[in-house]
Write a protein that binds this ligand. Structure first.
Ligand SMILES: NC(=O)c1ccc[n+]([C@@H]2O[C@H](COP(=O)([O-])OP(=O)(O)OC[C@H]3O[C@@H](n4cnc5c(N)ncnc54)[C@H](OP(=O)(O)O)[C@@H]3O)[C@@H](O)[C@H]2O)c1
Length: 278
């Protein structure tokens, strides 16, 4: 049966690619973004009755609710929510300002929370739905310069894993996607935010921007292929709770989880030694 998708940040990268993949599969899509012109331009060639454009800055809870209401007016249901909108803020934690971190959290975490809050009543009413939250490899493993970005993505993982238990009885599944490097606008000079150069002790290693901006345009992940995978996941009877996307991500996540398991086994006597006597 044809599904209705609601996608945030659909004006570029993984969001736009997912909208294309869903339309190609014969589904209907509510593509949302902060800038309607950008959104329309990005998806101009696939426009038609199966595609609706709705304005949404995910950092606004009011807009999230209004955008979901608008989507319901257009297609009457939401089967798949893709919380995709986000940006990167990179730099040593001590060199990031609290305001920069709070701004990132407002989009990369609060945005997910606001849109989930707005969509969950719809999915509960339907007694079905899939929420796909785009996390990151940095939502599983910590990296230098990624303190703020990782904090937001780990928060998305925690929210998703917990809420999944609450909503499963209503036929709602939640999947987090943990992509490695994908060729999108994420590290484009206009979008990525950087900090650095304010604390002498960190100067020797060079600036975060010099390290990360070089990846732009050379990432091995293809957003179109990820879009097709998300359509495949949306068609599964039992979608995965977490999905690692890309061989670069797999190469990091697998050894990290094995190391964690090894550490857990090495410490298990000490761990259980905290049990009290009754
Ligand atoms: N590409 C990667 O290597 C990679 C890896 C791991 C995770 N991810 C995650 O994948 C998701 C998509 O990113 P992408 O790689 O496709 O990058 P992208 O091409 O830059 O797309 C991000 C989209 O999010 C939108 N956005 C940013 N802030 C927003 C807000 N407050 N409200 C609504 N939309 C907003 C942007 O729209 P504007 O034009 O309005 O800014 C843009 O369309 C992000 O959550 C990112 O963290 C990407």
């Amino acid at each position: 049966m044809s599904k209705v998708w609601f996608i945030t940040g659909a004006g570029s990268g993984i969001g736009a690619a997912t909208a294309r993949a869903a339309l190609k599969a014969g589904d209907r899509v509510v593509a949302t973004g902060r800038n309607l012109d950008k959104l329309r331009n990005a998806l101009r060639d696939v426009a038609g009755e199966n595609l609706a454009f709705v304005e949404l800055d995910v950092a606004s809870e009011v807009q999230a609710k209004a955008a979901v209401d608008e989507a319901m007016k257009v297609y009457g249901r939401i089967d798949v929510l893709v919380n995709n909108a986000g940006y990167s803020l990179l730099g040593n934690f001590e060199e990031l300002s609290t305001a920069e971190i709070e701004q990132l959290i407002a989009t990369n975490f609060n945005g997910v929370m606001f849109v989930m809050r707005a969509v969950l009543p719809v999915m509960r009413m339907q007694r079905s739905g899939l929420i796909i939250n785009i996390s990151s490899l940095a939502g599983v493993v910590g990296f230098k310069h990624c303190g703020a970005y990782s904090a937001a993505k780990f928060a998305v993982e925690g929210l998703s894993a917990s809420v999944a238990h609450e909503v499963e009885p209503f036929g709602i599944e939640i999947t987090t996607i943990e992509p490695g490097f994908f060729r999108t606008d994420l590290l484009d000079a206009h979008n990525a935010k950087y900090a650095g150069g304010t604390i002498e002790d960190y100067a020797a290693e060079g600036k975060a921007e010099a390290m990360w901006s070089g990846y732009h345009g050379t990432q091995q992940g293809d957003p179109a292929k990820l879009g097709d995978i998300l359509v495949k996941i949306a068609g599964m009877d039992k979608p995965p709770k977490q999905f690692v996307a890309g061989s670069d991500a797999l190469a990091v996540v697998k050894p990290a989880l094995e190391a964690r398991l090894e550490e857990l086994r090495a410490q298990q006597d000490l761990s259980s030694s905290t049990d009290g006597s009754f």
